[in-house]
Design a protein around this ligand. Structure first.
Ligand code: UFG
Length: 324
């Protein structure tokens, strides 16, 4: 298939590019390289551009006749979205609107969207089914939820079909060591902890130890990035088979607390880095874990790396050698 991948030079996008490239798809990666890297594009043609550069993006649609779009480009840091909300509505909502308008105009009918567990806000028992109430507690979650709504409305009005994957906490790195997370000022827990283990940071802070969880720190469902990439491959195949539009959780279905993760990272790396317990971070829900029956049933997705130690080891290996 001829596929446009926005944000394909970024952390998650680059893993999906590799997975689809191996299958022989014809890929065009559109990325402004604000957080992505040229070296992370292992297949396809990279076009450097921003989604807000309307004429450039439209010219690409005109020229390439895409059959599907996978949309990764966006801003992803929850605390930053609290501090700079309009950046998130621009990059995540308005840019998605424009991209969808091009899909409509150029009759691209298959679309895969990177949504997020942040659409659930603060679920009562921390467990999210796709039908749980949607009530984001930060601008990041709102900006993504608005795009989900646009997708649903567009699909209802036309032959356009989509799969939105609600990612839980994506982590780890390509098991072949070719790709990984290279965000300049990373904020994600496993990444930050691996930097501390590599002495690239003096310490790790644990944000909040007074949450209503078993040990007081937040609980999250950590999923290996290569399993997430495989879920995209399955979602695309599903749409190709004529599958109807859907929104699916993408996690493993079990959570770990921040303290548990930190303990395991120290164990796996063998480095006893400094940890400081501090106040809660703005915008963090206490607990988020996915209910995953639907994605297993509908996409026949079979995770290969559902083991937090494996995730941590791959992230640490990447951090040690990080070529970019
Ligand atoms: N945390 C720390 N110290 C750090 C970094 C994080 O204690 O240095 C804690 C956070 O407070 C949070 C947990 O670790 O409780 C996970 O935080 P991350 O920043 O790694 O990830 P988030 O849960 O904030 O967000 C991620 C994605 C979102 C997605 C969300 C869904 O960035 O896109 O997971 O769970 F919505």
């Amino acid at each position: 298939m001829k596929i446009l991948i926005t944000g394909g030079a970024g952390y998650i996008g680059s893993h999906v590019v590799k997975a689809l490239g191996k299958l022989g798809h014809d890929l065009v990666i559109y990325d402004n390289l604000s957080t992505g890297h040229r070296q992370a594009v292992t297949y396809g043609e990279l076009v450097v551009g921003d989604l807000a550069e309307k004429s450039k993006l439209e010219a690409l649609f005109e020229a390439k006749k895409f059959e599907a779009v996978l949309h990764f480009a966006g801003s992803i840091v929850v605390p930053e979205s609290v501090a700079h909300p309009l950046k998130y509505y621009q990059n995540n909502t308005l840019n998605s609107h424009f991209l969808l308008s091009l899909c409509e105009k150029y009759k691209v009918k298959k679309f895969i969207f990177s949504s997020t567990a942040a659409v659930y806000g603060m679920p009562e028992d921390g467990l999210c089914t796709e039908n749980s109430p949607l009530s984001p507690i930060n601008p990041y979650g709102h900006s993504k939820l608005m795009t989900e709504q646009m997708l649903k409305d567009l699909a209802a009005s036309s032959e356009f079909r989509f799969v939105a994957l609600r990612y839980f906490n994506v982590s780890g790195a390509d098991p072949e060591g070719q790709l990984g997370q290279s965000f300049p000022e990373a904020t994600h827990l496993i990444k930050v902890a691996c930097e501390a283990a590599c002495a690239k940071r003096d310490h790790l802070k644990i944000y909040g130890t007074d949450y209503p969880t078993s040990d007081g720190s937040c609980v999250r469902d950590y999923i290996h990035v290569s399993d997430l990439a495989e879920a995209h491959v399955r979602a695309l195949e599903y749409l190709e088979r004529g599958g109807k539009s859907d929104i699916l959780n993408c996690g493993y279905g079990h959570g770990f607390s921040v303290k548990e993760v930190v303990k395991l990272i120290k164990e796996v790396t063998g480095v006893d880095f400094k940890v400081i317990e501090t106040d809660r971070r703005a915008g963090d829900p206490a607990s988020l874990t996915a209910k995953v029956d639907r994605i297993h049933g509908i996409l026949q997705w079979k995770p290969q790396f559902d083991d937090l130690k494996v995730i941590i080891r791959s992230a640490y290996e990447w951090e040690k050698k990080k070529p970019y």
